[in-house]
Design a protein around this ligand. Sequence first.
Ligand SMILES: [Zn+2]
Ligand SMILES: [Zn+2]
Ligand SMILES: [Zn+2]
Length: 307
Amino acid sequence: MPKALFAIWWDDKLGPFVGRYYPEDQPISGEEALAVFMGHGVNHEAKFGYTKISQGLVVSYMEAPNCIGVLLNDDDDPAVVERNLLRLIKYIDLTSSDWDKEVKAAFETLLELIDETSGAELLTRPAVQKMIDDMYGGRLPAIKPRHIFRSVAQYPEAGTYLGQDDEEVERTLRDLENERVLVAKTFGRTIKCRQCGGRDVEVTLLCPVCDSPNLHNVYQVFCPKCSEMFQTVIVDELSEVRCQRCLEAVEVHELEAIDVDPLCNDCGRASDEPKIVLTCSDCGKHLKGVDLLGGTGLAYSPDLKEE
Ligand SMILES: [Zn+2]
Ligand SMILES: [Zn+2]
Ligand SMILES: [Zn+2]
């Protein structure tokens, strides 16, 4: 279980500093706070950061200008902490006026979340039990992903007031527009299927020579065991691949693709520029330029003409 949770804030004069820390017996230094904060990139482009400090590994989450860090114990799994930190964010009030309470509550909730989402505790949830039963009973043989891009407008500035749920933030802005408190103005373009209004997009690759969808993808991947690169074909239903350099088995969720070379199974041509086809994942319509850029993005401003 993690050792501590803390909030780092940005101050225009001081830079990043540790705002609150819980439990208080293991505070981190200003330099360490800076290292954690900077681990998210100069423009806070990375949501998650991993920083090794003298007391252990820190997994952190950036919701600029706030950064929430968790100090791990040696036997904590960073991926488990990352997942639960993401769950935790919606319970933290980033605009709280009582941060001592907020950080203490956040730490306690994080421990509960980790507990609830692992081991026997996880399997006592009725919904989880039902799903696992159905899978082992053959009624649900596998849970497959639907690969979609979703075009949901995000309003991070509004999010700092209204919470972190992007869809709820957008709904609230529309409600405010209805009430004529705000006025919507065009801003950029968004994806919208002209046939059904859907905003989810599925991506497929086709051979640029013969239009075959039958592509073999040769991936260049990074081996986490020996830190060398190797090439591999990744087909469906694999749970691990073997590194060609160190010959160790690597689990597929650990694979990081550096590059991919699609090879056509029908005409045999290799090309690094396959044709990219986008379809609406709600109605299956083949999306054209006007679907991709035809929707209107909206910006919201105060409705000043009311006054
Ligand atoms: Zn290797
Ligand atoms: Zn081909
Ligand atoms: Zn559609």
